[in-house]
Design a protein around this ligand. Sequence first.
Ligand SMILES: Nc1ncnc2c1ncn2[C@@H]1O[C@H](COP(=O)(O)OP(=O)(O)OP(=O)(O)O)[C@@H](O)[C@H]1O
Length: 305
Amino acid sequence: MAVLVADDVSRTYGETVALNGVSLDVSEGEIFGLVGPNGAGKTTPVRALTGTTEVDGRVELFGKPPKSVDGERIGLLPQDFDPPERLTPRELLAYFGGLYDDPEPTDALLEAVGMDGNGDTYYENLSGGQQRRTCVATALVNDPDLLVVDEPTTGIDPAGRRQLWQLLSGLAADGTTIFITTHYMEEAEELADRVGLLADGELVALDTPSALIETYGGDSLLYVDGEFEADISAHLDYDCSLADGQLTFRNVPPTDIGGIVTQVEAAGTVDSLTWTDPDLEDVYLELTEKSPERRSLGVTEVSER
Ligand SMILES: Nc1ncnc2c1ncn2[C@@H]1O[C@H](COP(=O)(O)OP(=O)(O)OP(=O)(O)O)[C@@H](O)[C@H]1O
């Protein structure tokens, strides 16, 4: 059963269309990532899911409207969560724990988010990343069945971010459903089972990261730098382009790289090779840099790039 359902959800603020007919569902134990540029509308579904803004369309959590769901089942980290500065992480977690029937132990929460060494420092004296880790812990205090986190790792260093990915993956493996918004494409690609891409309030793509990359990510590229004659391509069995002393080969299988180098070296010298595979960032740029008009014409094929 879907834990979370949004069906044809729209929200306008005055003249601004924040969400336009967004439909998605998230299954138990799934991590769903929502990505999109600033102002694309990512926070608006978070508010709709947690019943803090009214929307047109249907939103259900555990088969009920958000406001009817037992708060014990939901963990929320708002984007702009700003706890009292003169509390320590330990005091904050104790405070939030007091709001629930069976809170998680504070020490375990501090350790889970990598804050066990700073549990007694005033919030105002923590670094930005340490503050955000503390905020993540507050969303976990009730061991929620559904965790909704809006840009949870903003400001957290790469190692800390990976630690939180592991934490979230572990929670999902144990059955927690996770809805996460992020600006980090690596985070969405690594963490999310499926990713929805919002642009101008519309969900322009929704699939697994690998399927999105396959559909929209574009070509793998092999760059060969060296000294070549202008007619080098005539000596090669592979299509390529030559610009600024660099040969570019598109979509060659990795197993062909050795053969390409051998052919290029027969007609020039090779200084270096660079290989790039498309990733979710390419998908993001491909889909978000188009105007709404071009997207509505379905102009998203790789060949259009
Ligand atoms: N309370 C509000 N009043 C008026 N406009 C709003 C309000 N909340 C959001 N908006 C507008 O709705 C649109 C979507 O905002 P939203 O916060 O959902 O975007 P976002 O994708 O989360 O952005 P960011 O990545 O910058 O956090 C924006 O144009 C924003 O200005």
